[in-house]
Design a protein around this ligand. Structure first.
Ligand SMILES: [Zn+2]
Length: 82
């Protein structure tokens, strides 16, 4: 079993959110982090901001391209990719 498959099967990983998005942690023009898609109905999905409604699971990613990639990768692996 690959290391990725082993980690994927852990209950703590299974419990992670299924959908992720690139976010703007600081007020920049490019994404500098990733976070789960916010479940607040007033927080539109196209809004990449991080607010009080978004929860604490925000990961800073200094490279905007890596942020986009990681969000897409996690969503594919946790969500639609299954
Ligand atoms: Zn939110």
């Amino acid at each position: 079993m690959s290391a990725l498959n082993r980690v994927r099967r852990q209950p703590s990983i299974q419990a992670l959110p299924a959908r992720w998005r690139p976010v703007y942690v600081k007020a920049g023009s490019e994404p500098d982090g990733i976070a789960p898609v916010c479940s607040d109905p007033d927080h539109e999905e196209v809004d990449g901001g991080v607010y009080d409604c978004c929860g604490e699971l925000v990961i800073e990613v200094p490279d905007p391209h890596l942020a986009e990639y990681l969000a897409a990768l996690l969503t594919a692996d946790r969500g639609e990719g299954r």
